[in-house]
Write a protein that binds this ligand. Sequence first.
Ligand SMILES: Cc1cc2nc3c(=O)[nH]c(=O)nc-3n(C[C@H](O)[C@H](O)[C@H](O)COP(=O)(O)OP(=O)(O)OC[C@H]3O[C@@H](n4cnc5c(N)ncnc54)[C@H](O)[C@@H]3O)c2cc1C
Length: 346
Amino acid sequence: MTFYPLKVVEYLQETSDSASFVFEIPKDLRATFDYKAGQFLNFQIPWKDFFIERCYSLSSSPFDDERHQVTIKRVPDGRASNWFNDEVREGSEVMVAVPSGRFVLKDQRNNGLVFFAGGSGITPILSIIKTALLSTDRPIQLIYANRDADSIIFKQTLDELGAEYSNQFSCYHHLDSEGEFLNQKKIEAVVGQRWDADFYICGPGPFMDTVEAVLVEHGIDDDRVFIERFASPIDSDHAEAQASPEEEPQIGGVKLKITADGKDFDVEYLSGKSLLESVLADKSIEAAIPFSCQEGHCGSCMSLLKQGDVEMRANRALSKRDLAKGYVLACQSVPTSNNIWIDFDI
Ligand SMILES: Cc1cc2nc3c(=O)[nH]c(=O)nc-3n(C[C@H](O)[C@H](O)[C@H](O)COP(=O)(O)OP(=O)(O)OC[C@H]3O[C@@H](n4cnc5c(N)ncnc54)[C@H](O)[C@@H]3O)c2cc1C
């Protein structure tokens, strides 16, 4: 992955434990850094005598903002999030890879949109909401859960959007400090009659599990539910936690077929490599293959295993439900059967 040095042109303290960082994109990189609302940037961060990589969603909207902004909340004892909040200021230079990610607004639909955000999970959701308000007439409901009132990121922006688009957008703030975590009863009360909407979810694991379970109970089709999981990779100083290559299955004569951009391709599988590595090595494929971190935590290369069996080296992006539905991370998958077919067009 190529990382470009980008300069921070603005630093904005959002809450006591989160801040936004705005990057200047040089003219010759503008097209390279084009993005869709909801996508993220991958950062390479100096840590001791090596580098770690972390993804941060763009909280700006490509529709109303020339600037690329990410918003980062401190994680207790977290390396990158505290490094950003402590060290990075206007004038700092940070290594950044191009935008990526599948958690984006599905257009060509006109039903309502219901967003569930928890804590820093608001970042990609704000970007999508701003974009949907500017580009569609779809009614939008945001349910935003936080520990307490002081933890709400973008409170003022959300209030302003609520006032400006009062017929189209409303925001319900849930505060744990007022009693309990967001639960099924509250979710059903706030969603009201909007069960025909598209649902977007981003927040802490248990929060997303609660919301997902309610959507399942209401029979919401998977193609109307979009989820972004915030996870860190296993850093190289903790790499022993990952499966060692010796333990991986090695089988010969693998036939690999992929679907991408509506076309099927036969790919030469490179023994010992992941499916994604084999696909990227095949220069004859004329399709955009989605990928970013290549470490199993960003979910960009999520694909549907239509045929065959694979084993994943690591997985910090897919839920049990995703796995049960047959989704795999191409960057972490190695074949355990001979005929493999994965579909990136999901
Ligand atoms: C697609 C995507 C988009 C994201 N967007 C955002 C965003 O917009 N804003 C945002 O704030 N975050 C976002 N994240 C999360 C972000 O990438 C980081 O995961 C987060 O900031 C924590 O990273 P860190 O380096 O600070 O913490 P880490 O150092 O990764 O630590 C995280 C936690 O794990 C613990 N830990 C670390 N190593 C170990 C170990 N070996 N054993 C046990 N415990 C350990 C730490 O103590 C800490 O509690 C996103 C993630 C993804 C995948």
